[in-house]
Structures are given as C-alpha cells and as structure tokens.
Design a protein around this ligand. Structure first.
Ligand code: SF4
Ligand code: SF4
Length: 339
C-alpha cells in the first residue's frame, strides 16, 4: 500500500534528517538562474515545486569530481603508502529526477565490470535516492526515447508522485528506501500504479536508439562528424553535467614530501584526453571526439553492458554554449540524407 505525505511534512521530514546529522542533498537555487543538486543546509532551500531541471546531476554524490584514493609519504629514496579515512557519511538525495536516478544502476555496471570499485560502491551503498516523478519537461528532454519516462522507477529507493493537492504519493521501492522512510517495499511498476498521482505525459519519442547505432556502424569516416563538430569548443560541459559520463584521470597531487593519489573527472571532449606522451593523438580533432561520445553511448556501451549510456536528461544540450549535445546531434543523424 502506498502512503501519502503532505509537502509540509516532507519538508519537516527533510529537516529531521538534517538535524540527525545525515547529509541531505537536493535541488537548490545556488544563484539567480542556476539550480544545482547541492547539500541542503536547511529544508527551506529544497526546491520541489513545479518542474525544475538542475544544471548538474546526482552522479557527483557517488562519484565526486575529485577523490583522494590513498596517501603517500616520501622519505629519501623510500615511499610509504597509507590508506585515507574511509568513512563515508550516510547521504540522502531528495527530489532527484527519474533520469538522474536511472543513471546509478547504469554506472554500477561500469564500476563493477572487471574490478569492483570500492570508492564508488561505498558511496553508492551509503546513498538513498528519493525521486520525484517529473511534473513537466522541456524541449531538451527525451527520456522516452531511451526507455525511461517521467515516472520511471529505476535507480530510485523511494518514489514520490505529486497528487496535485499539496501531497505526494509515496512508494518505497527498495529495502534501503523502506528502512529510511519507515514503510514496506512495493513491487516495482512502471509508474502506472500511481493512480492517485497526477498523470503527466512525458516528452514525445524523438528517435530509435537502434537507428543511431546502425548509423554509427556505417558512418565512422563520414564527414558528418567533422562538420557538425565545427562549433564545439571542447569545454566538456556536456560530459560534466551528464548523469552517466564517468571518465576520470588519476594523478599524484603533492610535493617532495608526499601527497595523495587522486582521481579527477575527465572528459572525452578535451583535446588532451587521448594525447599520448609521444605527442600522437588518436583523436586529433573535435569531430573524432564528438563521434566518440555518440559511439560510446549508443554503440559501445550497449554492446558491452546491454545499456544505452544516456538517460535522456537533456543536460548536455542545455549546458552546451554552442547548441550541441546528444539530442541535436541525433536529430541531425536521423535527418541525414545518408541514413
Ligand atoms: S548524454 Fe546528454 S541527454 Fe544523455 S544522459 Fe548524458 S547529458 Fe543527459
Ligand atoms: S559539445 Fe558543447 S558542451 Fe560539449 S564540449 Fe563541445 S561545446 Fe562543450
């Protein structure tokens, strides 16, 4: 049986979690015109009314931009390695979008493929995701084209759906969610069971992912990639704000006495991403880098993990300074004469 909670009580509950020392994050207006998922200092700053798409994603709570992996000390010719404090605080993400929550099980596959990544897994285990079904969308959203939708439950521990009367219907979807909320786990559905909730139409389907994969297989050398990438400035905003882009670099950060080995986000749109020490770069131009991004998401990741590496959130297009992003590129592909 699903429960109901009023919006006021949801804010009170959020305040109680914060007061009890839990790390709670959700959509917050960080400055005029910019909403980000960020840690809440108080429940009042949580934005849950209406449809608001944060400029970032929730991946940074399980895969931080910078993460020290271990420490080292240099003493003469010797180097000593030491573990860093491993305690990961319990954290709650409230007000996640379904397209952000769905990214987490997709990332699980990458971070547990040939080697279980403890750093990712510990944060993932410590994180409970409370999603709010989308009450709207904009022209960049295309979740329905990649198998998701405004009430998709994948990756959520608790799902809330706005009933339109100042309350949410609550569905606990995992044991972790039920423990946090104090409810019982309900069978996974597709959102249709939220009979009490307002039914919200998702964005219309814009393309078939298999068409993109087919185009990719036949058009590796197509001038399309070079031409469409002419505007790209290689800023990496598309990858950094994407819920499922996960590339990182590992570097030593320290001085002659020691430091830490850390991993930092990286992005395939940076010219140095594939630059070899010899000076050779197998992706020497932006067209090759843009091609890689589409191939990875719609051809390589599906072939390896059976998943499209895209949840249709639209952040890449919203945050691109020159109007590129996955949807605009795929729209071009789907209308290309050569397909
Ligand atoms: S590729 Fe673009 S639309 Fe797809 S998940 Fe990443 S940011 Fe969202
Ligand atoms: S596609 Fe847009 S957001 Fe991505 S690197 Fe190029 S200019 Fe930046």
């Amino acid at each position: 049986m699903s429960q109901r909670i009023s919006k006021d009580d949801l804010r009170k509950r959020t305040g109680a979690w914060i007061a009890n020392g839990k790390t709670v994050a959700g959509p917050v207006q960080v400055k005029p015109g910019l909403v980000l998922y960020a840690q809440l200092q108080s429940p009042e700053v949580l934005l849950v009314d209406g449809w608001i798409r944060p400029g970032n994603s929730i991946k940074e709570f399980v895969f931080p931009r910078h993460e020290a992996l271990y420490g080292y000390a240099i003493d003469g010719a010797g180097i000593t390695l030491h573990d860093l404090p491993a305690e990961i605080p319990e954290q709650i993400i409230i007000g996640a979008h379904p397209c952000d929550a769905a990214a987490l099980p997709i990332l699980d596959k990458l971070f547990n493929w040939d080697y279980p990544d403890d750093f990712f897994n510990r944060r993932r285990e410590a994180t409970t995701v409370i999603t709010i079904a989308c009450a709207g969308h904009d022209e960049q959203c295309f979740c329905t084209s990649v198998g998701l939708g405004p009430a998709a439950e994948r990756g959520s521990d608790v799902m809330l759906a706005d009933c339109g009367d100042g309350s949410y219907e609550v569905r606990c979807l995992t044991e972790k969610g039920a423990v946090l909320w104090g409810g019982t786990v309900e069978p996974a559905g597709d959102g249709a069971a939220q009979a009490a909730a307002k039914s919200v139409a998702g964005p219309e389907r814009r393309f078939e992912p298999s068409d993109v994969a087919e185009f990719a297989k036949e058009h590796f050398e197509d001038p399309f990639w070079r031409e469409h990438a002419l505007a790209c400035v290689g800023c990496g905003a598309c990858a950094y704000t994407c819920p499922v882009c996960h590339c990182f670099d590992i570097v030593d950060e320290g001085n002659s006495h020691g430091g830490v080995r850390a991993r930092n986000w990286d992005a395939c749109q940076f010219a140095m991403f594939t630059l070899h020490a010899s000076g050779h770069n197998p992706r020497p131009a932006q067209g090759a880098r843009q091609r890689q991004r589409i191939y990875h998401k719609f051809l390589m990741y599906p072939e390896k993990f059976g998943e499209i590496l895209c949840t249709g959130c639209g952040n890449c297009a919203r945050n691109c300074p020159v109007g590129l992003g996955v949807l605009p590129v795929i729209s071009e592909i789907c209308h290309a004469e050569s397909i």
